[in-house]
Design a protein around this ligand. Structure first.
Ligand code: NAD
Length: 420
């Protein structure tokens, strides 16, 4: 993250640019610049050594005009209130751009889960729900996994909430394990949704993805599935990947099976380079500057900024991460003619399948994987087309076009409710 702006200032700046293009009135603009509700909690957790540690937690419910708020929960050591606010704003625009009947929220706990034992992690997860359980729920606000949280954490949280309300409540959270009401296809949904966007972008730009080279920054849920799917669906060649320890570059292409198995065993992709032929270590910064057709940032926010945007050589950036590009970098990328599939469109597949999970929980009737993929494809393709049309109509970059589509829908709902 550069000192350009914090993530929430960036989210507000992006909204302002869209408000200008769409001629949004001052009152709805002011209303949509801020979260509707915020929670700041302290969570005491009994540690394995008998001491008690107090953790700081956040939940931001940004806007619920279109439906209950929805958004992930991060367990992240550098979490800040403003990052959570920004992510909650982006969730609002994300749910609106894919046209699902939900608002946006986000949560976070300042912690390093890698330093916690499994039982400490369970007590922290249950503690978060004890602190916030009265303010979330299937009709209010539905959390989900995000950075450094996972289906097991969702299961503990669902169990704790069910105890609080006195009945089984699978619909209060998504991203659950399948035996507890999770949906088929949730695991790779974020990356898969991004792939459908990439397919549509490639059609619009006349790019043959089977001949394309790809670099992926971040090798967690989003990044690993992107590696698997870009190879499986399009036959593209992934030449570089990275994680928090660094990256690897292999011009002949990196096999998903080998690299993901290495990451599983060693905890990093970095050391893969030591054993593999024609493969070298690179920094995460070097990865961003590689001469590839498609760059997929799939780690954290603010990684493409004013100082490195000039170095980007990719023709397309598919933003699976939230907020990977700062506004100054955006301007540079526009000048360079880089085609950006903006974050809250590109990574909306996760929340879309989370919404499918809620629908299935509500009906107690579960879909097979083909139906999930088919419905996800429909949602992502029509969202991409709506954004593409607006970008062409207004002559704006995709990010602003995505905002125009999403903000118009949220502003309309606010107006119909008589709020602004
Ligand atoms: P994750 O915790 O599974 O993985 C994060 C990865 O990023 C890890 O491999 C970590 O090592 C790597 N990383 C951290 N710092 C890095 C750095 N400086 N350089 C390179 N890699 C680095 O998280 P995730 O769920 O894959 O989320 C990644 C991004 O995608 C986040 O921005 C998240 O908000 C966004 N996202 C995720 C989902 C989802 O369903 N998982 C949905 C929408 C958006």
């Amino acid at each position: 993250m550069t000192p350009e702006m914090n993530p929430f200032e960036i989210a507000q700046r992006q909204l302002a640019l869209a408000a200008e293009v769409m001629g949004l009135d001052a009152t709805p603009h002011e209303f949509l610049r801020w979260p509707m509700r915020e929670f700041h909690v302290r969570i005491p957790v009994r540690m394995d050594d008998g001491t008690t540690r107090v953790f700081e937690g956040f939940r931001v419910q940004y806007n619920d005009a279109r439906g209950p708020t929805k958004g992930g929960l991060r367990f992240y050591p550098l979490e800040t209130f403003d990052t959570v606010r920004a992510l909650a704003a982006w969730m609002t625009w994300k749910c609106a751009v894919v046209d699902i009947p939900l608002g946006g929220a986000k949560g976070g706990v300042v912690c390093n889960p890698k330093e916690l034992s499994l039982s400490e992690l369970e007590r922290l997860s249950r503690g978060y729900i004890r602190a916030l359980g009265h303010y979330v729920g299937p009709e209010i606000d539905i959390p989900a996994p995000d950075v450094y949280t996972n289906p097991q954490i969702m299961a503990w949280m669902m169990d704790e909430y069910s105890k609080m309300v006195g009945h089984n409540a699978p619909g209060m959270i998504t991203g659950k394990p399948i035996p507890l009401g999770g949906s088929q296809g949730r695991g790779d949904a974020t990356a898969r949704g991004g792939m459908y966007c990439m397919r549509e972008a490639a059609r619009a730009l006349d790019i043959d993805l089977s001949q394309a080279t790809v670099a992926i920054q971040g090798y967690g849920n989003a990044g690993q599935y992107a590696h698997e799917l870009v190879s499986e669906l399009f036959g593209s060649r992934v030449v570089a990947v990275s994680d928090s320890k660094g990256g690897i570059y292999c011009p002949d292409g990196l096999s998903f099976e080998s690299v993901s198995a290495h990451k599983q065993d060693e905890g990093t992709v970095l050391t893969y380079a030591d054993a593999a032929q024609a493969c070298q270590r690179i920094t995460s910064a070097e990865l961003l500057a590689l001469d590839v057709d498609v760059l997929i940032p799939a780690a954290l926010e603010g990684v493409i900024h004013a100082e490195n945007a000039h170095d980007i050589q990719a023709r397309v950036i598919a933003e699976l991460a939230n907020g990977p590009t700062t506004p100054q970098a955006d301007e540079i990328l526009i000048e360079k003619g880089v085609y950006v599939i903006p974050d809250f469109l590109c990574n909306a597949g996760g929340v879309t399948v989370s919404y499918f999970e809620q629908v299935q929980n509500a009906y107690g009737f579960y879909w097979d994987i083909d139906l999930v993929h088919q419905r996800l494809d429909q949602k992502m393709t029509s969202a991409f087309q709506a954004v593409h049309r607006v970008a062409q109509q207004h002559g704006t970059p995709n990010r602003i076009a995505a905002y125009v589509v999403a903000v118009a829908r949220v502003a309309e709902a606010c107006k119909l409710r008589g709020w602004v």
